[in-house]
Design a protein around this ligand. Sequence first.
Ligand SMILES: Nc1nc2c(ncn2[C@@H]2O[C@H](COP(=O)(O)OP(=O)(O)OP(=O)(O)O)[C@@H](O)[C@H]2O)c(=O)[nH]1
Ligand SMILES: [Mg+2]
Length: 378
Amino acid sequence: MRTALITLPTYKEYNNLKSLIPAILEQQKKTKIWDIKILVVDSNSQDNTDKLIKEFQKKYKDKIYLLETPKEGLGKAYYKGFKFALEEIKPYVVFEMDADWSHDPNLIPTFLKQIEQGYDFVIGSRYIKGGSIPDNWGIHRKIFSVVGNIIIKLGFAKPKITDWTSGFRCIKVWVVKQVLEKVKKYNSYVFQIAILDNALKNKARIAEIPLKFKDREEGFSKINSLQYIVHTLFYVFTHSPFLLFIYVGSLGFIIDFSVSWILIHLLNMNKVISNGIGAETAIFSNFMLNNFFSFKHKKITGKISGYIKGFLKFNFISIGNVLVQMFGIYLLLKFFGDKDLIMLNYSVPSWTVYKIIIITFFIVPLSYTLYNKIIWKN
Ligand SMILES: Nc1nc2c(ncn2[C@@H]2O[C@H](COP(=O)(O)OP(=O)(O)OP(=O)(O)O)[C@@H](O)[C@H]2O)c(=O)[nH]1
Ligand SMILES: [Mg+2]
């Protein structure tokens, strides 16, 4: 039998644990292939959680582990719990699960079915058909959760994953081994986003199953909404390959202008040649920065010939972009005219507006897609 380890981080959840632990172990009756075990990672709750677990350990032999940690937040509790699991318990899958009855233990066999079908990372999702968030959540909490997930989804350009912050998940241990040290520095709820982001970058196969999230009835919430929002935004803005690609492109724009300006105004060089050198310098810097920064999880490594091939492809895509831009400008000028446009009382040449539209809506998505399909393939 393979071990499925349910990891329960707990801080002052005595009353919940009393009923939740038997309910989880009840699931054993529904499976003959999985050995369901529990690891409670308790952060010095001082509410007799430790005594309760020790009693359960006597009752359910070899089924329950207790790891005691300092109170350092949810992410740290999971990090330490998973590390302990890898070293001491060696399960085949680990679950993340809240210990406050928000996550229905009856869903455990459904998660395991998905693992049996070949998925590596199964998410209990509140935002797919059949899933839900509680009706009685205040409007601000609903907005945080829904909008937060939309921002993450767009930022990571992964429209198929609907719930990035759900804390009910089942993960194969090979994925945990790959990502654990990388997510060590993320605490609180950002840990959940970081672990999924890194799992995706390690090509884990992801599935979602519907989760009807229930509000806790016992104990108190430990979530800090403001910290959650700030950390989430910071993570997305510093880890999304798409946003990193945008930063690199913007820097390229500055490099192109600066090099051209230096060559023309300080070195008195020919304007056409200077612009060519400026553009090519930017193309080179974009290529290198995208390789080591935006797409570092699938970067070109090894032989110099690999870099040269990648760089040549990158140049071809850049030339393609120039042609698309020229054609777009031609069409817009032809259909919408060449008059200056009045914006906020200023008169701006129409071509500048057209150029911005073409870059934003065509060049950026097109080149991002092509880089992913042609140069930095999975
Ligand atoms: N070990 C440990 N567990 C924690 C810590 N903070 C939260 N938890 C546990 O993590 C789980 C989720 O925390 P909750 O406070 O329920 O957060 P939430 O589910 O996002 O928010 P609510 O829906 O308001 O309850 C619960 O089982 C908590 O007891 C911590 O610092 N250490
Ligand atoms: Mg909760």
